[in-house]
Design a protein around this ligand. Structure first.
Ligand code: FE
Length: 226
């Protein structure tokens, strides 16, 4: 028996893994970064073979891991998690620094980072597992809590707490509940579903600058599904 819910009981963090150099950098959101040995200090990162960053890691023989803070913005997560570096330059408008290997290290919304030299690669089918040896590790913000995947999912489901500007209009909400709100809208980028019945605000009443709470896409990227 395989009870799929079991897989959701495994805890993960959320990270931005980057590679490249000052001219060409890219990164992706990963929840599979873990330390594998302490002597030497080596880390594993699992990366889809189709991922643009995968080719950069192999080319530059190094990668960096930015440890996201719990209050990391959905725009940043959306940019690195749901968009391809082949289509957009993800490093635009993102603060990066350089240390030992010259790979760009994202410091926005991150509380610390690791930088590793690539020492091994394992082919696990759809993905590569990159093994890197630690060459630099720094804390950016002592006070922030690291973002966990569980927390991210809770926020995603909850939606309202963090990124819904309309949520502040409680009085508006109450009057709106009397209306029939049964439409659902799906984010074409990440698949997040905005359910009017659940959110108690009509999609059309959301301000134009409202963005997808999961990936930061614009309101115009949503498609009505019911
Ligand atoms: Fe989205």
């Amino acid at each position: 028996m395989i009870q799929l819910e079991t897989l959701h009981k495994i805890s993960y963090g959320l990270y931005i893994v980057t590679s490249g150099d000052i001219n060409e950098g890219n990164g992706f959101v990963s929840n599979t970064v873990f330390q594998v040995t302490s002597q030497p200090q080596r880390f594993a990162v699992c990366c889809n073979k189709d991922n643009y960053t995968a080719s950069l890691i192999q080319q530059h023989k190094a990668f960096a891991v930015s440890i996201l803070a719990q209050d990391a913005s959905s725009e940043l997560i959306g940019k690195f998690g749901y968009k391809s570096g082949r289509e957009i330059d993800k490093m635009t408008d993102v603060k990066v620094i350089f240390r030992e290997t010259n790979v760009p290290i994202v410091v926005d919304d991150s509380l610390a980072f690791l930088e590793c030299k690539l020492v091994d690669v394992f082919d696990v089918g759809t993905h590569w597992i990159f093994i890197g040896e630690l060459v630099c590790a720094e804390i950016i913000d002592e006070k922030s809590e690291p973002l966990t995947y569980a927390y991210y999912r809770e926020v995603k489901k909850g939606f309202s707490p963090k990124n819904a500007p309309t949520y502040i209009n409680q009085s508006k909400l109450e009057t709106k509940t009397e209306n029939v709100m049964s439409k659902k809208f799906k984010c074409a980028v990440c698949g997040y579903i905005y359910d009017e019945a659940e959110e108690k605000v009509k999609f059309s009443d959301l301000p134009e600058d409202w963005v997808c709470p999961v990936c930061g896409s614009e309101k115009s990227d949503f498609i009505e599904i019911s």
